[in-house]
Design a protein around this ligand. Structure first.
Ligand code: ADP
Length: 375
């Protein structure tokens, strides 16, 4: 577990440092171009394109540094329009960068009262680069990672402890046959839960990679829904749940990544089955309006208490079951759903009543049908 924390710590560090290194690299590249020949890229265009708050200042020994270029993010982070000449702490940072080589990182209070981290580095004489980052946002990100690592560790540890306990019990020669079978069943169940959790963690981290490619084509939504229903039909039968499909015709096709869309439907149907009552129903209803295609997945299950509804899309969030019934799951299914739907320009809503049922409504934008062929 310590290795995991060190790994995430390093990842965290690299993720936070990366944008700064990218900015410095981009500005260095531009200066290199500029030195050799007329650059096809203007300073302002480059500064505007960078994601952090950027100021390039020109320092002269006699006067306050002047702003050569700055982007809108810099002014937004600073909280008020930047003057043509820098004074106060920003001017001091330019001076520090001039007199001492290397990086200078300082925390500044802005005139509007928020906290910024400002990195300054001397570029080609007489220019200095200032990179402004919102420390409040960074702190939130750090705290999110800390909580996430804590929750993942906890979710991994619980099944592992149960498995260890039952494996130890199985080595007891005095254990009777019933107890042996119970231990074997629980250990196997927990191993499945562990695998499911790790699979979902891997899937979510793969989806969230910046270079993950959603392969969008025109897809036949009804066929995708039918595929997803077929995949879950054994589970539904096992639990005596009926799945129904109502679909408006003709249905416009969707511009979507077929496999990811199917994943969304599988996760919603799987929940509709898992959290349902014996003999219950799950209904998928697809209809359209002028702008969107709406997919409703409704069940007749235990419902979600109002106070939990705002949290169920958070990573690893699971509702405490009052009826004590254990339902296997990772608390990641809906985070995956929301992420994929978001990447398709859509949104998801939940309506639920305890002991009556839950309806998830996905809205995905309709597309111009004249595009590419269906997969
Ligand atoms: P899990 O793997 O735990 O099902 P999800 O992210 O899919 O994780 O869902 C988060 C939580 O939301 C679940 O643990 C469950 O408490 C609640 N939930 C999701 N879908 C339903 C549903 N259809 N009916 C009742 N509760 C649901």
């Amino acid at each position: 577990m310590n290795d995991l924390i060190i790994y995430f710590g390093l990842l965290d560090f690299v993720l936070l440092l990366l944008p700064t290194l990218v900015v410095v690299g981009a500005v260095g590249w531009w200066l290199g171009r500029r030195r050799h020949k007329d650059s096809p890229v203007s300073t302002l265009a480059l500064v505007k394109a960078l994601p952090n708050g950027i100021i390039i200042a020109r320092a002269s020994s006699a006067e306050l540094p002047t702003v050569v270029a700055a982007n809108a993010e810099a002014e937004q982070l600073w909280g008020e329009p930047l003057l043509a000449q820098l004074d106060g702490p920003l001017s001091r940072l330019v001076g520090d960068a001039k007199t001492h080589p290397g990086y200078h990182v300082s925390t500044l209070d802005t005139p509007s009262g928020s906290k910024l981290q400002v990195s300054s580095v001397s570029l080609d004489e007489p220019y200095t680069l200032l990179i402004l980052e919102d420390l409040t946002a960074r702190k939130q990100q750090e705290s999110f990672y800390r909580n996430f690592i804590h929750n993942v560790s906890h979710e991994l540890k619980t099944p592992l402890t149960v498995i260890q306990g039952h494996i130890a019990a199985l080595s007891d020669r005095m254990l009777n046959e019933d107890a042996r079978q119970t231990s074997q069943r629980i250990a196997a169940q927990e191993a499945i839960r562990l695998t499911h959790l790790v699979d979902n963690l891997l899937l979510l981290s793969r989806l969230e990679m910046p270079d993950f490619n959603f392969e969008r084509r025109l897809v036949n939504l009804e066929a995708v829904v039918e595929d997803a229903i077929l995949q879950l039909s054994d589970l539904a039968e096992e639990r005596n749940i009926t799945i129904g499909l109502k679909c408006e015709h003709p249905l416009p096709r969707l511009m979507a990544d077929r496999d990811r869309l199917k994943q969304v439907l599988i996760n919603l149907l799987d929940n509709g089955i898992k959290y349902n009552r014996e003999g219950g129903k799950v209904t998928v209803d697809i209809h359209t309006d002028e702008h969107d295609v709406m997919i409703k997945v409704a069940d007749t299950g235990e419902g979600i208490p109002l106070q939990d509804q705002a949290h169920i899309f958070e990573k690893l969030y699971r509702v405490d079951r009052r009826n004590g019934r254990y339902v296997e799951g990772s608390g990641l299914g809906l985070s995956i759903v929301q992420y994929i739907v978001d990447k398709h320009g859509g949104h998801i809503a939940v309506e639920s009543e305890v002991n009556v049922g839950t309806t998830f409504t996905l809205s995905l934008p309709r597309v111009d049908e004249s595009a590419q062929p269906e997969r």
